[in-house]
Ligand binder design. Structure first.
Ligand code: GCO
Ligand code: ZN
Length: 301
């Protein structure tokens, strides 16, 4: 059990509709994230506290660093390259061409530079959607796409074990954090199993990241918390509650990746909830967790 004196601070109160996919960019001391329905990729400079935004032409569900400069993002059903300077997005590949109401959801780059992201049917309200419409894909550095499986409800959090031999994955409506054996050489996954089932009050598992001790941090949508899990024992090690219920995702960042950043949403909240939680849709920084994270991997293509 970690004894911690975690401190939580809302660092950006711009009330995003659905903040997601936080990624720390060390080179610019910035936090990248997206606002999915607002179609925005945002970059918050932690030193100047200024936010820059690029608006794209469809819901943007994840963003990642790119080795050759700029970023990659999942926009609608497209994997795109994003040039921050001229604000242009170039399509690298398109998925789910036969599913007109699908869009990408969460995505992250693997340790070999492949960009993993899954899809879902567009929601009519949070977590209300046509089921089993999503799939999980990855964009290889040569821009070809591989599909892993279909029948996904809400493709969400993902990360890899520190030895790169396990891929962790969340399909939100399964209320489970799953693991697969991972072959880093080929990018293939196998042997799916559950490593943690959410408890009722933890609500819906959303975004996820790993820490330097190999433990998983999962943001609980509608649960107003991030939880730390031991994927080897299946036990929850820690709960950190936030002042908003719609916590969507988390990543480590800041000096030596010693801070945690948590995104949140305000879409789907009623007026009363918004009055009670004026920071809904804000970006939160948690310090004093006593554990660090690891740098994000950049897309290699
Ligand atoms: O950000 C996501 O992952 C989804 O796009 C969101 O809409 C919510 O998190 C989801 O509704 C909760 O499961
Ligand atoms: Zn998510």
């Amino acid at each position: 059990m970690t004894m911690s004196s975690a401190k939580i601070e809302c660092v950006l109160r711009e009330n995003w509709r659905c903040g997601e996919s936080p990624v720390w960019e060390e080179a610019s001391n910035s936090l990248l994230f997206v606002d999915i329905p607002a179609k925005k990729v945002c970059r918050w400079d932690s030193l100047s506290k200024q936010v820059q935004q690029v608006t794209v032409d469809a819901p943007v569900s994840s963003v990642a660093l790119r080795q050759s400069g700029g970023y990659v993002a999942t926009v609608g059903t497209k994997f795109c390259a994003l040039n921050w300077e001229d604000q242009s997005a170039v399509v690298l590949a398109t998925v789910d061409k036969d599913k007109k109401s699908n869009r990408f959801n969460d995505g992250k780059v693997d340790p070999a530079g492949r960009y993993f992201a899954g899809t879902m049917a567009e929601e009519t309200a949070p977590a209300v959607l046509e089921r089993h419409q999503g799939s999980l894909y990855s964009l290889f550095p040569d821009h070809h796409v591989e599909k892993y499986f279909d029948q996904v409800d809400i493709s969400n959090g993902l990360d890899w074990s520190l030895d790169h031999k396990i891929f962790y994955y969340i399909d939100s409506l399964s209320y489970s954090v799953d693991a697969f054996d991972y072959d880093l050489q080929t990018g293939k996954i196998s042997n799916r199993r559950s490593v943690y089932k959410l408890e009722k009050e933890e609500q819906i598992p959303d975004g996820m990241c790993i820490d330097v001790e190999g433990k998983l941090w999962v943001a609980c949508y509608n649960g107003g918390r991030v939880i730390r899990l031991d994927p080897e024992t299946g036990k929850r090690l820690q709960t950190v509650k936030l002042p908003v219920v719609k916590t969507t995702s988390c990543c480590f960042g800041g000096k030596d990746y010693s801070e945690m950043y948590v995104t949140s949403a305000r879409d789907g909240m009623d007026p009363e909830g918004l009055l009670q939680q004026p920071e809904a849709g804000g970006i939160f920084k948690i310090t004093g967790l006593g554990v660090k994270g690891i740098p994000p991997y950049p897309y290699a293509g």
